[in-house]
Design a protein around this ligand. Structure first.
Ligand code: ATP
Ligand code: MG
Length: 564
């Protein structure tokens, strides 16, 4: 976890501290995370979850999980279940505090009746289009509805009949009676209830009028005794309405506080767009490892700790900003660096024959799982033999300057094994190198030379006869451009065609046959990898690349300089 001294500022933390000092809420801190169950959670939601649950933890309060399920046409139980699983996976617990806005339908109805009785709400028979058309603009006032002056009795009668199912969908709505000339458009007689004769995933056919978001949200917060109702900046203009409803109804009144949403480059964080990608088959599903959903990140191999670290690092402010994908990638590297054992795997194998190594001989060499701290975490044996695989990119027939890996006449260190010198190569008819020949120096066993010489290059390798052949999936950023939302072209045309590359036959060190589904490793010089929890079988892991390593090469060279 992040240490307090590097935790960035969070202005909401300051507000809460201040409220505790002035005893504004009687010492209580109650937040909530209120997702609409109409899709899977994404990395943007993680920011809100970490903020709300994190503050509750920090101040020994509570955070409610509340499903904002007021729109029966788009919501499904599948989404409810995935949201619960994702919040738990992130490491948070709502305890007893699981709520549904649909549990408040009766209360919301009763409060609407109270508003009608106060002359603060009326039934409007205009169509949705007519209501929209008479709302006015930022520079022009709206127009009063012809139904605005209905009597309380008439409003009560029609609203009751609306709820009893007497009228068609869209034929009438209940509106608050505020001010059609209000400078804030949200205050121009907003809709409270509309008719929708559809079954709801929790209340079934009980209701045929459903409450609108703004009206539902503040009353739900009030009923649950929330203290700090934290939402994204888009709702800043709605706050006036939040306050109006609670004041007019004289209800317990939480404080709404807005913060800047997460905008992350190279992905989209909109459930609607992510749903489009899933429905149209651009990705394999909500949990496709390319997706910025929590289920996608989990399937790819991200840890919950890495996502919490990311959320802590980006901080919480009131200014819209964009976060680079490198921040998320750095967080997962920083989290996995001390946790993931180092192993060797060759993704693009090129055969190497050690001509002076005895045919049929196999040596078991000791290789630490954590070279930076070998005694702590143990080691495994890696077999070495006459035929090896190295990474194709680690050999060049005519190397440019500063290429320190294998080349004709060049000596390199094979990690944990021996120094080898390239003595020849074999090409196919197309002129491609298909085999490299080397001579090894038996005096350099373990990767050190008694005469003190040290090749500049160290490369990873796998013994060919014992290697484990495995499928490895290389994942990269979902979109080819940083801000697919703000381009003129349709976001679907901006998907990164290279976001998934499947390597059917990578050559991995044999110890990986024992990798369990869900285990993470660092393949030296290649990145962090995750044994896919669904597609891996005992003895036959399938690996997802979580993230590449930056500076891996530089690090190994540095470690070697220090004598390892
Ligand atoms: P989307 O735009 O993806 O549909 P949403 O805001 O409609 O998201 P909700 O289910 O209403 O989705 O979101 C639940 C909570 O998550 C809300 O409090 C919302 O403010 C917060 N949230 C959603 N997206 C982000 C984001 N990108 N950054 C921070 N918080 C977010
Ligand atoms: Mg929303």
């Amino acid at each position: 976890m992040i240490t307090p001294e590097i935790a960035p500022a969070n202005f909401i933390r300051n507000i809460i501290e201040n409220d505790l000092a002035t005893n504004k809420w009687g010492g209580r801190v109650v937040t909530r995370f209120p997702p609409e169950p109409n899709g899977y959670l994404h990395i943007g939601h993680a920011k809100s979850i970490c903020l709300n649950f994190g503050l509750a933890q920090e101040f020994k309060g509570s955070c409610h999980l509340r499903f904002d399920d007021t729109n029966p046409t788009k919501e499904e139980t599948e989404y409810v279940e995935s949201i619960e699983a994702d919040v738990r996976w992130l490491g948070f617990d709502w305890g007893e505090d699981l709520f549904y806005a649909s549990d408040y339908f009766q209360a919301l109805y009763d409060h609407a009746v109270a508003l009608i009785k106060q002359g603060k709400a009326y039934v409007d028979d205009q169509s949705a289009e007519a209501i929209r058309a008479t709302r006015g603009t930022l520079t022009e006032p709206g127009k009063d509805s012809p139904w605005r002056s209905r009597t309380v009795e008439e409003n009560l009668d029609i609203f009751t009949r609306m709820a009893a199912g007497e009228f068609e969908d869209g034929s009438r709505v209940l509106r608050a009676k505020i001010d059609m000339a209000h400078p804030n458009l949200h205050m121009r007689d907003p809709t409270l209830f509309r008719i929708r004769k559809v079954s709801h995933h929790r209340t079934g056919g009980k209701w045929c009028v459903y409450p609108m978001y703004d009206y539902t949200h503040c009353i739900s917060d009030s009923i649950e005794g929330i203290t700090h109702s934290i939402c994204t900046l888009e709702f800043e203009d709605n706050r006036i309405l939040y306050d109006w409803f609670l004041d007019e109804l004289a209800l317990y009144h939480p404080q709404q506080i807005e913060f800047a949403r997460l905008n992350l480059e190279y992905v989209v964080v909109s459930k609607r767009k992510l749903l489009t990608l899933v429905k149209e088959g651009h990705v394999g599903g909500w949990d496709d490892p390319r997706m910025p959903t929590l289920s996608g990140l989990r399937r790819r191999g991200f840890t919950p700790e890495s996502i919490r670290l990311f959320c802590e690092r980006i901080g919480v402010g009131r200014k819209e900003s964009w976060i680079g994908m490198d921040v998320l990638e750095k967080a997962v590297r920083d989290d996995l660096n001390p946790k993931a054992p180092r192993v060797m795997g060759v993704l693009d194998p090129l055969k190497v024959v050690i001509d002076n190594y005895p045919e049929g001989q196999v040596e078991e060499l000791e290789a630490p799982y954590f070279p930076d701290d070998p005694p702590r975490m143990g080691s495994r044996k890696v077999p070495f033999s006459r035929e090896l695989y190295i990474e194709r990119e680690d050999f060049l027939e005519s190397p440019p300057k500063k290429f320190w890996r294998l080349a004709p006449g060049r000596e390199v260190r094979l990690r944990w094994a021996y120094f080898v010198t390239c003595t020849g190569l074999v090409k196919n008819d197309q002129g491609e190198v298909i085999e490299v020949h080397c001579a090894y120096d038996p005096a350099t066993k373990g990767g050190d030379s008694p005469d003190g010489r040290s090749p500049k290059g160290t490369i990873h390798w796998v013994s060919a006869p014992q290697s484990l052949t495995a499928e490895v999936r290389l994942y990269d950023r979902l979109f080819a451009v940083p801000r697919p939302d703000s381009e003129e072209r349709d976001f679907r045309d901006l998907l990164n065609p290279d976001a998934l590359k499947i390597i059917p036959h990578a050559a991995l060190e044999p110890s990986l046959a024992g990798a369990r589904a869900g285990e993470r490793f660092q393949f030296e010089r290649k990145g962090y990898f995750f044994a896919d929890p669904q597609d891996s079988a005992p003895g036959k892991p399938v690996f997802n690349r979580i993230v590449t390593l930056r500076d891996s090469w530089a690090k190994i060279v540095e470690a070697q300089k220090k004598g390892r």
